[in-house]
Design a protein around this ligand. Sequence first.
Ligand SMILES: *Cc1c(COP(=O)(O)O)cnc(C)c1O
Length: 364
Amino acid sequence: MDIKRNILLNPGPATTTDTVKRAQLVPDICPREREFGALMRELGTDLLKVVHANEAEWTTVLFCGSGTICMDACVSSLIPADGKLLIVNNGAYSARAAEMARAYSVPHIDLSFPVDGLPDLAVVERVLDETPDISAVYTTHQETGTGILNPVREIGALAHAHGAVMIADTISTYAMLPFSVDEMNIDVCMSSAQKGIQGMTGLSFVLAKKAVLAAAKAYPVRSYYTNLVMQHTGFEQTGEMRFTPPVQTVYAAKRALAEYFAEGAAKKWARHTRTIDAIHAGLAKLGLKEAIPRAIQSGLVVAVEYPQDFDFTRVHDYCYERGYTIYPGKMQSAATFRLCALGAIDAPDIAGFFRVLEEALNAS
Ligand SMILES: *Cc1c(COP(=O)(O)O)cnc(C)c1O
């Protein structure tokens, strides 16, 4: 079996190894078999290790769905009737969490900041001081739309100083940017198999402190399918996901994690760094301008300003036909496209990409 290798520079799903692709080819199995339950339990434990979460205090809740299902589960499940969610919002993904809070009538404050900079921590602190019923703070570790890396550790410290739970959308940093949940002052975080672990789409996971889930048993159930407590309790009681899991994706995720641990967190981060450095260098060589100052970038995503007369679709199609995928930007304020360093790719892939991009820009 020869599988064409595409270089995905979009923010997930990412380029995967052939061994991970092949791990999906397993005998048919009913996911209610104990064997499959054991696989999911092991996977949950492995996922905790990636962010150094202590197994005694933390647990993993698996969902069948894309990464957004984890945001939905957290926003709908972790706020008591008399509490309030503070969303520290400087980008499209935190804005999505605010939309969910509105959709579920979750009491919340959507604290918005400009999308091209960091949130102002003094403002966050003032709002926490003034609003004692804030029971949880939510932010996005990397705003993938811009590539801005947010100060989760500092926001988490403020949350904890005010007795609030810290929820971080770490979907686009988990298993890439090495971090430990405790050092980051995180109580709940999340990711999806098609991002940092370089697995397939359709499996996502919330990592939560057991104490947070225990408290949430008393909170309103605002969503049936995505309720975090019900999903967790269901698995604990039966060893099965409440509803049909993405069976083959689970096998691929197990394989992807084995490859993650074999590569090692530090080496993997070094590879992503080589990749993004090659992206920075290639952009500079073509005179293309980055939309966000390097100092606040994550080191995983670069938002690139459109050059003059840039036709995204034409350039995209030219690159796509040659095995490279670029992605539209997500900044309302500026016309940008994005290049990302996720996935099983390395600096030589980026060199190949820039040869094609240069041709695309010249071929008009
Ligand atoms: C990818 C991503 C998500 C989830 O997107 P899906 O399309 O639902 O997988 C959520 N938050 C961030 C920061 C992301 O990068």
